[in-house]
Structure formats: C-alpha cells, structure tokens
Write a protein that binds this ligand. Sequence first.
Ligand SMILES: Nc1ncnc2c1ncn2[C@@H]1O[C@H](COP(=O)(O)OP(=O)(O)O)[C@@H](O)[C@H]1O
Ligand SMILES: [Mg+2]
Length: 256
Amino acid sequence: MGKPILDVCDLSVSRSGKIIIKDVCLTINEGEFVAIVGPNGSGKSTFLLAILGLLKPRTGTIEIYGHPPMSRKLHRKIGWVSQAASYLPKDVKLTVRELVRLGTLHRGNMFDWAWLDTGREEKVTQAIRMAGLEALQNTPVARLSGGQRQRAVIARALATESDFILLDEPLVGIDRDSRNALLKLLDRLCHEQGKTILMVSHDFTAMFQSAHRIVFLEETIRFDGPTETFPNLDELADLRGIENVHREHMEDFVWE
Ligand SMILES: Nc1ncnc2c1ncn2[C@@H]1O[C@H](COP(=O)(O)OP(=O)(O)O)[C@@H](O)[C@H]1O
Ligand SMILES: [Mg+2]
C-alpha cells in the first residue's frame, strides 16, 4: 500500500446551517482508484468541495499530502475535474490543445514567455495522447461532444502533472463509448502513472466496472471496501437504515 494521500478524520460539514455530512473518516493511499457513490443529494459534491477547501469543516480535519486544503504546499498537486466540465461555455474559442496547455500555466510562469517552451509542449502532447484526443487537438472545444469535452478537461488536469485527481460526476451526459474510454483512461493513470483518483458518481454500474474501492456515502460513510465486496441490495438497505419489509422502500435506490 502506498503512502496516504488523503486523510479525513471525523469530518462534518454544514451548508446554510444544515448538517450535510457527518462523522466521515476516510484515508486514501497513493495509487488507489476510489469511487464515492450514493444517491442524489447524499453529500458527495459537498465532500469534494470540503476536500478542495471551498467549504469549511464544522468539525474534524482534512489533510492532503499532510497539509490542510488550500495550503500553498499543495500548489499543482491536485487536479480537479468539476461536475460542470462537460458544460464548458459554447462560445469559448479555445482549441483542445490550447485548453490543455492552460493546465501548464501557473502563478510561477504566467508572465514568462518561456511557458511556451518545448518541455511544456511535450507535456501537453502527452496529456492529449493519454486522453485519446490527438485527432481533435486543433478542434475548437465548443465543437466537441460531451464525452470528448470531458476528456479534454481531464487532459488539462493531466497536463498540470498533479498526482491526485478528483472528479465529480465525470460520466454525466456522455455516451457509452466515451464513458468506457474515460474509465479505461482513469484505470491506466492509476496503474501506469501511479496517480491517485477519487471519483464521485451516482452511476453505480460504471463505478463497479472500474474503481478498485467503493465508498458509499449518504450523510456518513455506510460502506467502504474493495469493489467486489460491495453489499447486495438487502444488505445495503440495512446499512442505510431502511426497513426492507416492503419492496417499495427500495424505490429510492434507483439512481437513474
Ligand atoms: N448551498 C447549499 N446550501 C444548503 N444546502 C445545500 C447547498 N448545496 C447543496 N445543499 C444540500 O446538500 C445536500 C447534499 O448536496 P450535494 O453534496 O450536492 O449532494 P450530491 O453531490 O451527493 O448529489 C442536498 O440535500 C442539497 O440540497
Ligand atoms: Mg453532486
């Protein structure tokens, strides 16, 4: 097992005075591919926003590479693919290559013309290749399909060379082929590049296909273990505190 990348302890987060997640403890080690699943509104995005430091914990602690969220020490260590990635504004005139190149731009080199140097261009080329977008690199982002756009945003995260990649619902609005390509890409990033991936999705089937470990979050963590040990529906109802005497109680288990 690699070293811990994320260490969350007794975390509670409230929004507008209401507790959304509570008593969350989670450690993720280097090279892991972890999926957080749960129904709509169960607090998955809230959890990611807290990890990113955009929501303050009510109680508990979060450490990433041993530092609190937003620490300067984490600069360029975290790649973030937001839920809105596939909805990039249509009027953006950027090509795929330009979008990915933005990932290499940071405070240290923003005003330095050398940021277009060959080393950086190589990183851009490599990120585009990993995301399978070579043929589309000069295409305006606005002309891509949802799945291609999602992969372009992932390529941008790869170009930052961050080792810890967080994704929020990356599969929403993309077709089945793109979905499979994306999951394969994420799996390769873990195995071949030693990246650590934390992905949030309500698409349980897709997570089951790809992630190595599943965390079921619904206000708190109700299951955390290797994908193949994920509980069946009845066991899950127990974990969720749903009395499973009537089948209709399971209706809200259908996650689209
Ligand atoms: N800004 C906010 N203020 C208050 N409640 C919010 C806010 N944003 C989300 N929530 C509530 O927090 C809960 C969890 O939301 P979210 O983390 O987005 O869930 P998920 O990503 O699992 O679908 C939902 O009940 C939602 O209504
Ligand atoms: Mg969400």
